[in-house]
Structure formats: C-alpha cells, structure tokens
Write a protein that binds this ligand. Structure first.
Ligand SMILES: C[S@@+](CC[C@H](N)C(=O)[O-])C[C@H]1O[C@@H](n2cnc3c(N)ncnc32)[C@H](O)[C@@H]1O
Length: 184
C-alpha cells in the first residue's frame, strides 16, 4: 500500500469552496469537456472535480469516478445525489494492484488524473491502465500539486505517458498545480 495515501479526513478539506479561487474546475476543463462524453477520473476523492465534470457532460454523458478508498466514494455518491447528478456518475473501487476499468478499454473521450499519481504505488502501471481506456485522438489531463510534486517527478510521469504513445499538447502551471494535456 502507498505511503502517501490521502487520508479520508483530508478529502473533506479538499472540498473547501475557497479552493475554487486557486483551482477552478470549469476553468481547468475549459474546452476539454463536451456534452455526451464518457470521462474517466482516477483518484476522484470526494469529487471536487467529479461534480463539475458531471454537470459539463450533461444528461447524455457519464463520469466513471475511481478511487482506492471506499470512504471517499461514499461521500462522493451522497454529494452527487444531493445535486441530482447520481445518474451521470458511476463510482468504482480500485485496488492497489489495478484499476477496475478493463471493460472500458478504448472507450473514454477524456481521462483525468488530478493530484493522484504521486500517491500511487506503481505510477507506470496506473498511467498505462488509464491510457488503455482512452480512444485514439482523445485527451489525457494530468495535474499534480506543486507543493508535493517537484518538476522532475512530474516530468517522469509525462515522459511515461509519452513512451505509451501520447503526445504532449500543452504544459502549464497554475497557482497550485503542474498541468499537462496529452493526446493519444
Ligand atoms: C490528494 S487526493 C485528490 C482527490 C481529488 N482528485 C482532488 O483533487 O480533490 C488523492 C486521491 O487519490 C486516491 N488514490 C490514491 N491511490 C490511488 C490508486 N492507486 N487508485 C485510485 N485512487 C487512488 C486517494 O484515495 C485520494 O482520494
């Protein structure tokens, strides 16, 4: 099991509405999300980004939200229910070994991994399993916190994705994150 796993209590901290001032989901996703998309979000936590994704994909879209902690997913389901978004969000529980996404190979219109790779025991395998779900030509959005993840560590994740056949389209930083947009 990873040494750096975000505790469930921290999941609540990450829902603080003030976070929007430094990390606004709608701004981050911008043009990347369209109605009707199938979006896979790995390491969703309690759904700070998930609910925004679900509202952006609209009633015909779907977000598959994966986390390794049931404590995170159960809070996400409650939050989705309160906002009438349950139909659009499917939660799946990962194990330390694998992501439960085998049935979605080549089906995702967008994959997002936001502030999670630094917690994962085997980042290469994690990124490879996610990449496999993406349709050719579609986008992988990777973001890591600047506080915990140094430039070289982020570079290593981007390099792994490029070895897996993705091409980096854009790299930038905001107040809190290092961000890369890659295409399959
Ligand atoms: C720092 S939190 C970020 C949560 C959310 N992405 C956000 O930014 O608010 C990292 C999340 O990744 C999850 N996680 C860690 N390792 C994972 C793995 N191998 N597979 C899926 N989720 C994982 C943790 O349980 C935690 O909820």
């Amino acid at each position: 099991m990873t040494q750096r796993l975000c505790p469930v209590w921290m999941g609540y901290v990450l829902l603080n509405p003030l976070r929007r001032l430094i990390e606004n989901p709608k701004k981050l996703f911008g043009e990347l999300v369209r109605p009707g998309m199938l979006v896979i979000e790995a390491g969703c936590g309690m759904g700070y980004f998930t609910l925004a994704l679900a509202s952006m994909v609209g009633p015909s879209g779907r977000v598959v939200a994966v986390d390794i902690q049931e404590g995170m997913l159960s809070v996400l389901r409650k939050r989705a229910g309160k906002r009438g978004l349950s139909e659009r969000i499917e939660t799946r529980l990962a194990t330390d070994d694998t992501l439960p996404l085998q049935d979605l190979s080549g089906r995702a219109d967008l994959v997002v991994a936001l502030h999670v790779v630094h917690e994962v025991t085997d980042p290469e395998q994690f990124l490879s399993e996610l990449t496999r779900t993406l349709k050719p030509g579609e986008v992988f959005l990777l973001a890591e916190p600047r506080g915990h993840v140094k430039a070289e560590e982020f570079e290593e994740s981007v390099r792994s994705l490029m070895v897996m056949g993705l091409q980096e389209e854009k790299r930038y930083k905001d107040l809190s994150s290092r961000i890369s947009i890659l295409k399959k």
